[in-house]
Design a protein around this ligand. Structure first.
Ligand code: SAM
Ligand code: SF4
Length: 330
């Protein structure tokens, strides 16, 4: 399917829960968010139905996120179901990694093809300061196991003045020791992210170059996955270093994605509220054809670009989504 601006939409991010076992300061308020009542969260069957309809419309890549997707019971069953769907080429997971090691064998068996693990520091004390939980060693161990299993493994790190400015070279160093890519993602002024200060890509690159020598950009067009990351290589590194720069280098012109929230809202842009509620259709007897029509009509309205720059300056933009990142799924 294509949107109004001719962008091909083939990537669906599904938030399977708004619950999380961490409390990252830039994502969730300290007391947590008000959770969606259980009955309002789409069931695994409903999620599978929507995904199947979307696969019929041209979705090729599905990513499960959250909250923390691995706290959702029986996620493996959904992965198995999506794995069976015609047209699906990639099934990926974005996780904080805390529960990954124990679930990895079942996830691989079910058909998972790629995993992104979020990690902002390899220092256990700072990890606990950011996330509120002492689980750094667990996540590092999961990263090693994931890399060793052969599944495509990426690390996502959000550089932030407030806590991990001095930690970035250490996180990047994981790509020196292991066959993993490490990506630095600019902090976006969404939810709690508004209170903190991200570090722009250019500065992170300088910091890494000071430690590891000059970075060589991968030739234009060399894609590693479906995302908007720009990749670099450093001497003696096994993996690559990527940068996702929604603030300093807007990539909306190439945006290929839509998002489904845990309560069944199809969201067309990370920033804005535009979209359609699929749950009433799913629960009130709509046919696949009716749901397909609703999705296509919504996709037509995908905004041309985000306006996070203005949001960062002005505090909030009109009709911006007021939800926290943990409720949207990143
Ligand atoms: N719990 C899972 C995890 O942490 O990977 C999946 C959901 S989390 C919302 C997805 C990603 O969004 C994480 O990599 C997290 O660091 C990132 N994130 C959260 N808030 C953000 C913000 N304001 N700007 C940029 N990235 C953010
Ligand atoms: Fe949870 Fe992921 Fe948000 Fe951290 S970034 S609080 S792990 S949802």
């Amino acid at each position: 399917m294509q949107d109004h601006f001719g962008r091909r939409i083939d990537y669906l991010r599904i938030s399977v829960t708004d619950k999380c076992n961490l409390r990252c300061k830039y994502c969730m308020p300290p007391g947590g968010v008000e959770l969606i009542p259980h009955e309002e969260v789409l069931s695994l069957e409903e999620l599978a139905r929507v995904t199947g309809i979307m696969a019929g419309l041209g979705i090729r890549n599905v990513r499960f996120t959250g909250g923390e997707p691995l706290v959702r019971k029986n996620l493996v069953r959904l992965i198995e179901a999506v794995h069976e769907m015609e047209g699906i080429q990639e099934i990926a997971l974005t996780t904080n990694g805390v529960l990954l090691e124990e679930q990895l064998p079942a996830l691989l068996q079910a058909g998972l093809t790629a995993v992104n693990i979020s990690l902002d520091t390899i220092n256990p004390r700072i990890f606990q300061e950011i996330t509120g939980v002492d689980a750094c060693e667990k996540v590092l161990s999961a990263i090693e196991k994931s890399a060793a299993s052969g599944i495509r493994t990426k690390i996502n790190c959000v550089p932030c003045r407030e806590w991990n400015e001095g930690e970035l070279a250490e996180v990047a160093g994981l790509a020196r020791q292991l066959p993993v890519d490490v990506r630095f993602i600019e902090l976006m002024p969404v939810g709690c992210g508004r209170q903190f200060h991200g570090i722009p890509t250019g500065e992170v690159l300088e910091r890494l170059a000071a430690r590891y020598g000059t970075a060589r950009p991968l030739a234009d067009g060399v894609k590693r996955g479906n995302g908007p990351a720009q990749y670099y290589e450093f001497d003696d590194f096994i993996g690559k270093i990527g940068f996702i720069s929604p603030m300093s280098h807007k990539f909306c012109g190439e945006c290929n994605r839509i998002r489904l929230t845990a309560e069944g809202r199809l969201k067309l842009c990370l920033q804005y509220n535009t979209g359609v509620e699929l749950k009433p259709l799913l629960r009130h007897g709509a046919s696949d054809e009716e749901i397909r029509a609703a999705v296509l009509e919504a996709v037509e309205q995908k905004p041309m670009h985000h306006d996070f720059e203005q949001t960062a300056e002005a505090g909030s933009a009109q009709d911006s989504d007021s939800r926290k990142m943990v409720q949207i799924g990143g």
